[in-house]
Write a protein that binds this ligand. Structure first.
Ligand SMILES: [Zn+2]
Ligand SMILES: [Zn+2]
Length: 671
C-alpha cells in the first residue's frame, strides 16, 4: 500500500498514492482552472474518478470546450434513458451519442413519444439529477455483458457486432475490442444512487465506452427538444425506433442563449421565409426534396450564378455543359454503381441500354479532359460547370433546400501535375474566401483537413500521405488555423472543408476541395510530359458554394430574407403618395431601370400606409416615397429597410448612391 504513482501535466510531475484518480492527480498538479468534466490520460478520454496508471500524462477536459460539452451531453443522454426506463417500463434502449449542440437516445417503445411525454421525461430527469447520482464505470466480461443485457436486444446486437470484429463507428457504442485473439472487454456505466448512510443502489446501466461526468451534479443545464422515428442503425430493413433529441450546456446562461438561437432559427427557416417572400415553391406534387425557384428567388440565384461564372472565367477556368443522364457503363467505370448506388436513382431503359441520372458531374468533366491528348504545357486544366445532380435522399432526411434530391453544384475539376496541386488548392481556398466575403458571410469560421478513413479507403498509404501533406501545406499557406479531422476523408482521397458562420452564429459547411487519385486511375487519365512519356495527372474536385440551393437557403436564413441590395430581387420600390403623382413615380422608376436597378412602381389603389407596409414586409432595401414636393424639386424621400429615413434627396444623388452600392456588391447598406 506504500506504492506511489507518478503523473505529469505540462512540465510538472507529482507522485501520488497508488490508486489515485484522475481528478486527484489534476488537483495535485493544480491543473484545474474551471469546470472540469473528464480527463485525458495518455491521450485517452478518461473518467475523473478512474485511477490513473503510473507514469501517466494527465490533462483536464473542461466543460466549455467541444470535447467537454460532448461528454456532458452524452452523460445527459444516460440520464434521459434512465428517466424513460422509469416512465416506460419495458422500453428497450439502443444508442445515445452526443451530436452537434446536443444529444439523442433511441428507444424501442410501444408508441411514439408525445410532447407531454417529453415534458414528463424532462421533469423526471430533473428529479434524478437532484439525487446527485454517480456515473460509475465497470469492466465486465463478454458473457457477463450478454447476461446483464439479456432483455435488451439492441445491446446484445452491439455485443455481437463487437464479436464479429465489426465495431461500427456509426454506432457509437462501444467497448474495447481487445487485442488480437483476446476476448473483448466491455465497459458498463451505472447510474448509482448514493444514500445518506453511504448505501449504494444501481438505478440504471448502459453498455458504453465512456467517459462520463462523475455525477449528475455536473449536468447544470439541459432541455429536451423533440422526438421522431429513426431506424436502428439507420437502415430501413431494421426496426423503427423513437429518437428523443435534447441539448445540454455547461451553464444555464449558455442553454438560454442556445434556445433563443433555435427560436430565431425557426423564425428564419428558409421554407417559411421563402414562401412569405415569394422566393420558393415546394408543392407536394413535385415530391420531397424538390423545389421551384419563383421569380424573386430566381433573381437572387441569378446573381449567385453570374458571380461564380464571371469569377471562374476570370480565374482561368474553362466552361463546359454536360448532360443530366448517361449510360450505365460510365457509372460502372467511375465506380459510382459500386460505391454510390444507394444514392442514385434506378436505371431508365432506352433502346436496349440503361441510363442513369447523374449524382455527380465528375465523369463528364473527365470526358471533357479526355476529348483529346493533353500536354504538360496545358496543365492545370480547370473544367467548370454549374452542374445539376440528383441524389436519392430518403424522404425522412430531406430538408428543404438544405438537403434536397436535386441540386446544382458550382462544380469544377482541376487536372494538374504533382507539383501544381498545392498551388491549385491554395487558389481554391482563396476563391472560397472571396466568395464568402461577397455574399456577406465574412471570413471562414473553420478550415478542416479530413484524412484517410479507417474503414473504406482505396489507394496506397503513400498516395494518401502525399495528398494529405499537399492539403495541409495548402491550408497552412492560405493562412488559416486549420484543424485535422482524422478519418473523415472520402474513400477516394482526403479533402478540405471550409465552414462559415451565419448571422445567428450557426456554422455551415459549404466549400469542399478534394484530391482524388481514384478516378485518374479508373479512367486511365494521362498527359504527355516534357520527357515525351505519358504521366498520370492529379484531379482536384471542388465546389465553393457547395450546392447553390443550400447556400441560397443559408443566405435566406442568415439575412432573414432581407438581402443586401445587390442580391435583392426587388432593389427599389417607388410609392406615390396619391394617384396624382404616379407620373413622377414612373419617371423615377424609369430613371433607375435605365441604370440597371430592379425597381417596381406601386400603382395600386391601396392607401399610402398599406403600400409602405407592403414594401417593408417584402424587405425591399429602398422605398422611395414621392408626392407634390418631390415632383416639383426632382427629389425623393428615402425609407430604407435598414437605417435612417432621408428627405429631399436629389434623384440623381440617390441613383448614384444605389448604383455604386450595387456595383460594389456591398453587404452593408449606406449610413
Ligand atoms: Zn455512455
Ligand atoms: Zn467531382
Amino acid at each position: 500500500m506504500s506504492q506511489t504513482i507518478s503523473v505529469r501535466h505540462d512540465e510538472r510531475t507529482t507522485d501520488l498514492p497508488d490508486g489515485s484518480t484522475a481528478i486527484q492527480a489534476l488537483k495535485a498538479l493544480e491543473a484545474v482552472r474551471g469546470q472540469v468534466v473528464a480527463a485525458r490520460v495518455d491521450g485517452a478520454a478518461w473518467d475523473l474518478d478512474r485511477p490513473v496508471p503510473d507514469g501517466a500524462e494527465v490533462e483536464p477536459i473542461y466543460a466549455d470546450t467541444d470535447e467537454g460539452r460532448a461528454i456532458l451531453r452524452h452523460s445527459t443522454a444516460h440520464l434521459m434513458a434512465q428517466a424513460v426506463t422509469d416512465l416506460f417500463p419495458g422500453a428497450k434502449w439502443a444508442i445515445g451519442p452526443p451530436i452537434e449542440d446536443g444529444f439523442y437516445y433511441d428507444f424501442d417503445v410501444e408508441r411514439p413519444f408525445t410532447a407531454e411525454d417529453l415534458e414528463a421525461i424532462e421533469a423526471r430527469m430533473h428529479e434524478l439529477a437532484r439525487e446527485r447520482q454517480a456515473f460509475v464505470r465497470e469492466e465486465v466480461s463478454h458473457d457477463d455483458a450478454l447476461a446483464e443485457f439479456a432483455d435488451q436486444p439492441y445491446k446484445r446486437e452491439i455485443i455481437a457486432l463487437v464479436d464479429d470484429g465489426r465495431i461500427v463507428s456509426e454506432v457509437d457504442v462501444a467497448a474495447d475490442a481487445g487485442d488480437g485473439d483476446a476476448a473483448p472487454t466491455f465497459t458498463v456505466y451505472r447510474n448509482v444512487r448514493v444514500g445518506g448512510d453511504g448505501s449504494v443502489e444501481v438505478a440504471w446501466s448502459d453498455l458504453c465506452r465512456g467517459p462520463h461526468v462523475p455525477s449528475t451534479e455536473r449536468i447544470p443545464a439541459f432541455k429536451l427538444l423533440r422526438s421522431g422515428g429513426a431506424y436502428w442503425r439507420g437502415r430501413e430493413d431494421q426496426p423503427m425506433l423513437q429518437r428523443i433529441y435534447g441539448t445540454a450546456w455547461e451553464s444555464r446562461k449558455q442553454l438560454t442563449a442556445h434556445l433563443e438561437m433555435l427560436e430565431e432559427a425557426r423564425k428564419r427557416d428558409h421554407r417559411r421565409v421563402g414562401r412569405d417572400l415569394g422566393l420558393l415553391h415546394q408543392p407536394e406534387e413535385l415530391g420531397p426534396g424538390l423545389s421551384i425557384f419563383l421569380p424573386n428567388g430566381a433573381l437572387v440565384r441569378k446573381q449567385m450564378e453570374d458571380w461564380i461564372r464571371d469569377e471562374t472565367l476570370a480565374r482561368g477556368y474553362l466552361p463546359v455543359y454536360t448532360p443530366h443522364i448517361a449510360k450505365e457503363d460510365l457509372w460502372q467505370r467511375s465506380g459510382h454503381l459500386e460505391n454510390y448506388a444507394e444514392l442514385m436513382y434506378p436505371g431508365m431503359e432506352v433502346e436496349g441500354a440503361s441510363y442513369r441520372l447523374k449524382p455527380m458531374n465528375c465523369p463528364f468533366h473527365i470526358m471533357a479532359y479526355t476529348s483529346r491528348t493533353r500536354s504538360y504545357r496545358e496543365l492545370p486544366i480547370r473544367i467548370s460547370e454549374l452542374g445539376t445532380v440528383y441524389r436519392y435522399e430518403r424522404s425522412g432526411v430531406v430538408n428543404g433546400l438544405l438537403r434536397a434530391r436535386g441540386f446544382t453544384q458550382d462544380d469544377s475539376h482541376i487536372f494538374c501535375r504533382d507539383d501544381q496541386v498545392v498551388d491549385e488548392v491554395v487558389a481554391c481556398i482563396e476563391f472560397a474566401r472571396d466568395l464568402y466575403r461577397a455574399f456577406g458571410l465574412g471570413e471562414p469560421s473553420r478550415v478542416a483537413v479530413s484524412t484517410r478513413p479507417e474503414v473504406k479507403a482505396i489507394g496506397t498509404p503513400e498516395q494518401w500521405a502525399r495528398a494529405e501533406k499537399a492539403l495541409e501545406e495548402a491550408a497552412a499557406r492560405s493562412g488559416y488555423d486549420y484543424e485535422v479531422d482524422e478519418g473523415e476523408g472520402a474513400f477516394y482521397g482526403p479533402k478540405i472543408d471550409i465552414h462559415a458562420r451565419d448571422a445567428i452564429g450557426r456554422e455551415w459547411q459549404l466549400t469542399t476541395i478534394q484530391v482524388d487519385f481514384n478516378l485518374p486511375e479508373r479512367f486511365d487519365l494521362s498527359y504527355v510530359g516534357e520527357d515525351g512519356a505519358k504521366h498520370r495527372p492529379f484531379m482536384v474536385h471542388r465546389a465553393l458554394f457547395g450546392s447553390i440551393e443550400r447556400f441560397f437557403a443559408v443566405m435566406v436564413e442568415s439575412f432573414n430574407g432581407a438581402f443586401p441590395t445587390w442580391l435583392a430581387p426587388e432593389q427599389v420600390r417607388v410609392v406615390p403618395v396619391a394617384a396624382d403623382f404616379l407620373d413622377y413615380a414612373e419617371e423615377v422608376g424609369a430613371t433607375l431601370r435605365a441604370q440597371g436597378v430592379r425597381v417596381h412602381v406601386d400603382a395600386s389603389d391601396d392607401t399610402l400606409g398599406a403600400k409602405i407596409r407592403d414594401a417593408q414586409t417584402s424587405k425591399i432595401p429602398y422605398t422611395l416615397v414621392v408626392g407634390g414636393a418631390e415632383a416639383e424639386a426632382g427629389t425623393v424621400a428615402i425609407r430604407p429597410y435598414r437605417g435612417d429615413q432621408r428627405k429631399d434627396v436629389g434623384l440623381a444623388t440617390f441613383v448614384a448612391e444605389v448604383t455604386e452600392e450595387i456595383a460594389a456588391r456591398r453587404t452593408e447598406p449606406h449610413g
